[in-house]
Every structure is written in C-alpha cells, then in structure tokens.
Design a protein around this ligand. Structure first.
Ligand SMILES: [Fe+2]
Length: 245
C-alpha cells in the first residue's frame, strides 16, 4: 500500500509469481551449466517476485535424453544449495517434452513427471509441426494429461496462418507464452504473435524460458518497458499461480 514511499529497487515484479518454464536444473541441458550459476539465476528471479519455480529441462531425442535418474540428482543438488541460501523459492521440476520418439518411449515407461494436476508441457519441433500432432495431443488427454504447448508463438510455420492456433486451442490444448517473446528477444514477428495470442485470450501460461544471464538481462529490460506496463494495465490473467494449487 505504501509502495509510493519506497524508492523502487530493481525491476517491476513479474505479472506471475510462479515460473513454469526455465532451464535452471544444472548441467542437464543447454541451460545453467552448474549449481552456482543456477543460484545466481534464481536470485535474479526472486528479485522479480518469483517465489515458485517448476523447472523444465529439455527432454529431446539425441540431444538431451534426460530421464529421472539424470534429472532428479541434479535437482537435489540445487535443492541443497537453495536450502543453504536465503532465497525464498519453492523449487520442483517437470520437463520440456519435445514431441518425438524419446518422449513416446518415456511415456510408455512411466518416466514422465508432469506439472502438478497433470498439466504436461510439450514442445513442437522448430522445423515443422510434428506428424499427427492432433492425434498425439488427443491421446495425451485420454491418458489424463492436460497438454500445455510450449511457446507456440515461436514456431514460424504457425506465425503465418494463425487460425491453426485457434484450432489447437479450441481442441482443449493450452498455450504457454514466453516472456522473452514479449521482450522481443526472438524478433518482431514472434513478439507480435505472442501479443496476438494474449489479446485473443489464448495465452494460458507465461514462462520465462530462462537459460542464462543474457536471458535474465532481456527480461529485466522488458520489466522496465512501456510494453510491460501495457500488459499490466490490460488486466490479463494467467493460470501460473492457480493451476498447480
Ligand atoms: Fe525451454
């Protein structure tokens, strides 16, 4: 209430306090390489008002074939460091599941850890829409999952024909938009698509997709921008802080 009395320190807080997409589990993908870096990144995230992180290390065929026996010890190490620090963040993990043969294999093995309440983050290939995507998403729903598509605004093959977004969303698939997209980090077309998804009520979740300090710099710059002020003023609501309770 007395915010006006305080000289503001650091960027404005993030519009959500739960981050549902980031690569801070150390040493398991192209995100943070070690625990010290992860701690630095989490300290920065805490300064944006993030108090809960559900980390999403990549799970992709050939490049990052991450399984629970790889991810969980790395997460445990980060938990230990977090417990020793004064950073107040609740940390857990799922994964960013690329839709490929490795994912289907892990799904059959029961090695998939979804978000709480069975939300499941899935990622398209950047080259083209995965073959049989509608069927895959439908099958996941039959298994009791609620598919959340990671950063659909980033796929160039969707940016042109935006009606595909409507189709996918109307079929009951949820969308997670990246803060970095809104920040313009991936270029103008991705930024405009992200804004369009928000305006059209299709952006269910917001995620940082933070991998490293350069991403954090871009996010901090965005939190100080007019565009971010506009987002706050729009009154838009995301599901980040309510879906996993
Ligand atoms: Fe990601």
């Amino acid at each position: 209430m007395f915010n006006f009395l305080k000289k503001s320190k650091g960027p404005r807080p993030m519009i959500v306090s739960t981050d549902v997409h980031c690569h801070i589990v150390p040493g398991v993908d192209d995100g943070s390489p070690n625990t010290d870096t992860s701690m630095e990144l989490m300290e920065r995230m805490a300064s944006w008002g993030i108090n809960r992180i559900i980390a999403t290390p990549h799970m992709t065929l050939d490049t990052f074939e991450n399984t629970p026996d790889i991810l969980d010890p790395a997460l445990a190490e980060l938990h230990e460091a977090l417990d020793r620090s004064d950073i107040d963040i609740e940390l857990s993990r799922t994964a960013e599941h690329r839709i490929d043969d490795f994912f289907f294999q892990q799904l059959e093995k029961g090695a998939i850890v979804p978000y709480p309440n069975n939300y499941l983050l899935v990622e398209n290939s950047f080259v083209q829409e995965p073959w049989g995507l509608d069927r895959t998403l439908f099958d996941l729903k039959l298994r009791g999952y609620k598919p959340v598509m990671a950063h659909p605004e980033r796929f160039m093959y969707y940016q042109e024909g935006r009606e595909r977004y409507q189709q996918l969303h109307q079929a009951g698939n949820l969308f997670q938009v990246n803060v970095l997209s809104l920040a313009g980090y991936y270029g103008k077309s991705t930024k405009q698509t992200a804004e369009w998804l928000i305006e059209n009520h299709m952006a269910d979740f917001l995620g940082t997709d933070l991998h490293h300090h350069r991403h954090a710099d871009a996010i901090e710059e965005y939190l100080e921008s007019k565009d971010y002020r506009k987002l706050l003023d729009s009154g838009v609501k995301f599901k980040n802080d309510t879906a996993f309770l």
